[in-house]
Unconditional design. Structure first.
Lengths: 473, 481
């Protein structure tokens, strides 16, 4: 089935103050309506003043996406009524955005490289937020929190180049990665990225799904849409051009309005702001752009002799890449890559926490210390994993965890003793093994590990066990 | 009636009691039939006046340029702690938590806010009849309008209910009532005075400006309110602006304007005089000939694009207004009536109850002009016409130092005479609106009387040359009987 998907991604920029006033952007844990002023509340007579840093960030994003930067930017008013919009219009961009025509490379299904064209990049302000007592269905009224009103957003619009919901999710992941590399975005903050998705199937009209607020939600919403549109087409019905809303909890999209009820936003240039010339700043900002994920990946492969898988896994998240580079500078880069890409990342995913959060508990030096124990044979691989888990769950330094949990691997005479005891206690199993039942050996290894409370190296145990029993034959 | 400069002098020397002056003014207001004010600031004003009397000799107070001067502020300008309604029901009870930059500047220089003056609702009108708080009357004839939209400010200055006043001028809202009430009013160059705190009607056209009974007082007030302000991005920050600090040099006699005006050239665009009443036309020509007597020369010119000015002005103003006024939904401040229902029903009801008829008319027309399919036909075209008009003014002002013409084509009309016919009201604004489209500075100064009703002469200058306008007006004022 021929599917075309285009995304409009709204990402909150990490400036100190809002886009048009000096209110703090640090609202996530704030009491409602405490980060507000006359401007972001839209009080009559208050005027917007552009936050220069936000514009710089926007230009940085556009450059990183390979766009052509425009010589000047002009803000427009997008007029519509909604209670979270305190002026009755949103200050955004229209005819003169920051940039046009960029490109993002993604690795699609099966590792195939695909190029997704970026149509435009522009700046706009976030509206406030509606808050419900209970759920949206059961609440009898809604409350408005304007703390978010005026937070700078960069909107990145793609061409309809994405071919599947999964590809859309991969693209978003890549976009997030690039934005985080630039230091202008934190993807794990709630509401940091919101997406509108346009989707059409061959033979049908385009539907727009509004306000998807999670990375996984994009894939789910689009999959639902494809099924819905397919069913309509199969039954010989038409897919209407319409705007749909994604219901996150139920995982379905619902019709919001059809074409004839589309808003007329009556865009016109914001008369309270003057055009901003940016052409003279572009080169200076370009110099500030750090190494981006694709370049870093290639460098990691060359510099540390990593596999493509490891290089991918280590460069996706800037925080992980930075963490890796510190560790790799102090201890075997390949060992570091295995333990960060395969083990640490797995533990982070299991806990649904980001490296940024985790780095409050686990420092590169802790990780190096842990790997040193492993290399010297002080701990086993299992002990190493245990230390990582403990550091993530409860904090603490590797040496403390090693001591308090008794994880130091034991000498071979102690293993010898344990093997001796296990053979004595499990004569039947020993007999089975001798009779050719190889799986009996696994059982015996397990028993020895139990005896040593996991401090023995299972490979060593296996070798010693076979030598011992085979020697008896 | 004393001038602001006399008040400052008198208070500093102890010859005038600020408290007594304020009490006199409030007594006059309370006895008045004019309805100049929507909200009075009596208690705070009298308290501040006492403070001024007590501390007038302190160094800090002696430095204040408007020490103890009563100033009336148009109700479109935000005043911290004082209700600001824009003469609309929808803003009843709204008390801004901040001062407009111009108000903060006034306070810093020791001015005392008398109260908030009546106006056309959201500045939409030129007769002060669209106010939710009832019309203001013309002090020269109580059966006539004071002009608008800053009618309350003009009438208050004219009737001695304040010494100075601030107005705002989107398409003549300072100059029209100045003309009808016989006072001086100046609309600064667009971008000269901060608009922070001015409740927007048409952002790209309007400016706050001074209204006073003399040119010198006008200059003094302009100097104070033109302070630079980072909160208004559209204010043009000019270094060493020649336009500031003018009036003091006149006073201490370091300049001889009578000499400076010799050789000044005045352009008289015939399209701006055609269509005026015979009395107005005669008075304006008298004024121009007076300038000739004083050593200036004049030439008649033609400005052909004037006929498109009204259409361009109203399309731009109404379009911007339709967006500016969208914020009034009763959710955060202002009118809240009936019981709350769903969002759409509630805000629609509040807006339909809260806005007056003229405001609704302009919101609807502006919404239409900005709509998909009409934007290019109306709004963009209006912007093009605006550029043509601006160019035409700039061209004329290359040849002439200033332009002179009637402010209004006729004298103050009767209350109720035109309000039912909005088009005839719009047409009367042609001389003033074109100046706002061009963004150039302009002032209105009394230049005669017809049957007891004042006539205004409008002078127009080059961008940021308020100085030249004030000089010309000052010499004229000094040399008429
Ligand atoms: Zn704010």
């Amino acid at each position: 089935m021929d599917v075309k998907i285009g995304l409009e991604c709204h990402a909150q920029l990490l400036t100190q103050s809002k886009l048009f006033c000096s209110c703090s952007t640090d609202y996530h844990n704030a009491e409602p309506n405490t980060h507000v002023c006359a401007t972001c509340l839209g009080l009559p007579g208050a005027l917007p003043v552009v936050n220069e840093r936000a514009i710089r960030y926007g230009i940085k994003v556009a450059l990183a996406l390979g766009c052509t930067i425009q010589p000047k930017v002009i803000f427009y008013r997008k007029n519509y009524y909604y209670p979270d919009l305190p002026r009755g219009f949103q200050i955004t961009q229209y005819e003169f955005p920051i940039a046009f025509n960029g490109l993002v490379r993604i690795e699609s299904d099966g590792g195939k490289e695909r190029e997704i064209r970026i149509k435009r990049v522009h700046m706009e302000e976030d509206p406030g937020r509606l808050v419900y007592r209970g759920t949206i269905d059961t609440a009898t009224y809604s409350l408005v929190d304007y703390n978010r009103s005026g937070i700078p957003l960069v909107e990145i619009v793609t061409e309809p180049d994405l071919k599947s919901p999964k590809e859309a999710r991969i693209f978003l992941g890549k976009l997030r990665s690039i934005l985080e590399y630039l230091g202008v975005f934190e993807g794990d903050l709630e509401g940091a990225m919101r997406v509108d998705a346009n989707i059409s199937l061959k033979g049908g009209e385009r539907a727009e799904v509004k306000n998807i607020s999670s990375y996984k939600g994009v894939e789910k919403a689009l999959s639902f849409e494809i099924t819905r549109q397919k069913n309509l087409l199969r039954r010989g019905l038409t897919v209407q051009q319409e705007t749909r809303h994604y219901d996150e909890t139920r995982g379905v999209t619902l019709s919001l309005r059809t074409k004839e009820f589309e808003h007329d936003y009556r865009y016109f240039p914001e008369p309270d702001l003057v055009p901003i010339r940016i052409s003279n700043r572009i080169e200076e900002i370009r110099r500030e752009i750090p190494e981006l994920p694709d370049e870093k990946k290639l460098r990691f492969i060359a510099q540390y002799s990593l596999t493509m898988e490891h290089a991918n896994a280590l460069t996706f998240d800037r925080h992980i890449a930075d963490f890796y580079e510190v560790v790799a500078s102090k201890i075997d880069p390949k060992l570091s890559a295995t333990w960060i890409a395969d083990v640490l990342k797995g533990e982070l995913n299991y806990r649904s926490i980001s490296m940024r959060e985790a780095s409050k508990r686990i420092s590169p030096d802790d990780f190096v210390a842990m790997l040193r124990y492993l290399k010297k044979g002080v701990i086993t691989e299992r002990g190493a994993t245990e230390i990582i888990r403990e550091m993530l769950d409860s904090g603490g330094k590797p040496e403390e965890i090693l001591r308090s949990k008794g994880l130091a691997s034991i000498g071979s005479d102690e293993i010898e003793k344990a093997i001796h005891a296990v053979i004595k206690e499990n004569e039947a199993a020993v007999k089975d093994y001798k009779a050719g039942k190889k799986e009996a050996l696994n059982f015996l290894v397990g028993q020895v590990m139990k005896h040593t409370r996991g401090t023995a190296d299972p490979k060593e145990v296996r070798a010693m066990l076979t030598r011992k029993i085979d020697g008896e034959i | 009636m004393v001038t602001a400069l006399e008040v400052v002098e008198g208070i500093k020397s102890g010859n005038i009691s600020c408290e007594e002056l304020l009490l006199q003014i409030y007594e006059r207001i309370e006895r008045s039939e004019l309805n100049c004010f929507i909200t009075l600031n009596k208690e705070a004003a009298v308290r501040e006046a006492r403070e001024v009397d007590k501390r007038r000799e302190e160094e800090e107070y002696r430095r204040k340029k408007l020490l103890g001067v009563p100033v009336a502020v148009k109700d479109s300008i935000s005043t911290r702690g004082i209700q600001t309604t824009c003469a609309s029901k929808i803003l009843t009870g709204y008390v801004p938590p901040f001062d407009a930059t111009v108000v903060a500047a006034l306070k810093k220089e020791g001015a005392i806010i008398v109260g908030k003056t009546n106006m056309d609702e959201f500045c939409m009108g030129s007769s002060t009849e669209t106010s939710y708080y009832g019309p203001t009357k013309n002090p020269h004839d109580l059966t006539r309008v004071p002009g608008g939209s800053s009618g309350g400010s003009a009438a208050a200055v004219s009737a001695g209910e304040t010494i100075l006043a601030l107005g705002s001028d989107t398409g003549g809202s300072i100059r029209c009532p100045a003309s009808f009430c016989g006072i001086v009013g100046l609309k600064p160059t667009y971008g000269f005075v901060s608009r922070y705190g001015l409740i927007a009607y048409a952002n790209s056209l309007e400016q706050i400006g001074p209204m006073a009974s003399t040119v010198t007082d006008t200059a003094l007030l302009l100097e104070i309110v033109s302070a630079k302000d980072e909160q208004d991005s559209t204010q043009i920050k000019i270094q060493n602006n020649a336009s500031t600090n003018y009036c003091f040099s006149w006073l201490n006699g370091t300049r001889n304007e009578r000499e400076e005006i010799k050789g000044m050239t005045i352009g008289v665009p015939k399209e701006f005089i055609e269509g005026s009443s015979p009395e107005v036309e005669r008075s304006v020509w008298d004024a121009i000939h007076k300038y000739e007597d004083l050593g200036a020369t004049y030439g008649e010119i033609s400005m052909r694009n004037l006929k498109y000015a009204l259409a361009s002005y109203y399309i731009i103003a109404m379009s911007e207004a339709s967006s500016n006024l969208a914020r009034f939904d009763g959710l955060r401040y202002g009118l809240r009536t009936g019981k709350d229902e769903d969002w759409h029903t509630t805000f629609s009801r509040i807006r339909s109850e809260g806005f007056g008829e003229e405001v609704k008319r302009r919101i609807i027309l502006g919404t239409y002009a900005l709509s998909a399919g009409y934007y290019g036909k109306y709004y963009l075209k209006a912007l093009k016409v605006r550029t043509l008009i601006k160019n035409e003014f700039e061209e004329a002002l290359k040849t002439y130092d200033i332009l002179a013409m009637p402010t209004m084509p006729f004298v103050a009309f009767k209350l109720g005479e035109r309000i039912k016919d909005p088009l005839s009201l719009y047409l009367a604004d042609v001389n003033t609106v074109s100046v706002n489209l061009a963004g150039v500075p302009s002032l209105s100064i009394p230049c005669g009387v017809s049957h007891g009703l004042p006539i205004g002469l409008q002078l127009v200058g080059k961008h940021f040359e308020e100085d030249e306008l004030l000089k010309a007006a000052f010499v004229y004022e000094q040399n008429i009987p």
